[in-house]
Design a protein. Structure first.
Length: 249
């Protein structure tokens, strides 16, 4: 079981830069909340520039419903990651100290994700053999959505009652979608945020192995997240580092 830790809230709005032997600076901040995922032209919640670029014209009155609709309409893990990252920024007011946080929306968002996951878990349990794989994959993505969102909320200083279960849901997600490279990257980011070094490298290894092109969405998102965190955006160097760490584990 992955160790349950979280990034200190004092980092929530900072981006730290430190020199690295690999060359580029190590850019850090809350790993889930502070780093945008590239999703191409896929629909998501409206957002401005930067990690906390909220759209002032966006009507938050039905934020939870809009977020749910976007999740339902896409099986793309990167779309889920970025949509929920934006949702967390909106419901927390983009601040870690609770100022302007929309507690009703925080509870509503978590509750909706829980209900959605439970419904898909039941659907997977009663699925016919020909539908079982697809049903389990849907349940796995919903479990990941909840784990990802809880980590994002934790980074912003909010810990719903079920936060300690996030590690178990992350394992459910990986088990149900073992070949989902985007989800593996997300799992690596969550493990990095919690200080779970072994998990961080195991999942990153699987994500790196799935890169078709360094310029594709997977390659760019690896570079912009774990590459940035570990001080090198070069995929070959990242792979070498991962291999070294896992062999020495």
């Amino acid at each position: 079981m992955f160790r349950e830790t979280s990034l200190a809230v004092t980092l929530a709005l900072s981006v730290l830069a430190a020199p690295s032997s690999a060359g580029p600076a190590v850019h850090r901040g809350p790993p889930v909340v502070c780093h945008r995922l590239e999703i191409g032209d896929a629909p998501s919640l409206p957002f401005g520039e930067g990690a906390f670029g909220r759209d002032g014209s966006f009507d938050l009155s039905d934020l939870v419903e809009k977020t749910h609709a976007l999740l339902e309409s896409s099986d793309d893990t990167f779309v889920h990651m970025e949509t929920l990252r934006r949702a967390v920024v909106y419901v927390t007011g983009g601040r870690p100290d609770g100022h302007k946080a929309r507690k009703g929306d925080i509870d509503g968002l978590v509750g909706t994700l829980e209900k959605r996951m439970d419904g898909l878990r039941w659907a997977a349990a009663v699925a016919t053999p020909e539908d079982e794989v697809a049903a389990r994959r849907a349940w796995g993505l919903a479990a990941f959505d909840l784990a990802w969102t809880l980590e994002g909320l934790s980074e912003m200083g909010h810990k719903p009652r079920n936060s300690k279960q996030a590690g178990a849901w992350l394992q459910v997600a990986v088990s149900a979608r073992p070949g989902d490279a985007a989800l593996r990257l997300g799992a690596s980011i969550v493990c990095f945020a919690r200080g779970e070094r072994q998990g961080q490298y195991v999942h990153l290894d699987r994500a790196l192995a799935a890169i078709d092109s360094p310029s594709g969405l997977l390659g760019r998102n690896i570079s912009n997240t774990m590459g940035s965190f570990l001080g090198t955006r070069d995929h070959a160097e990242l792979a070498t580092r991962v291999t070294t760490v896992l062999k020495g584990a």
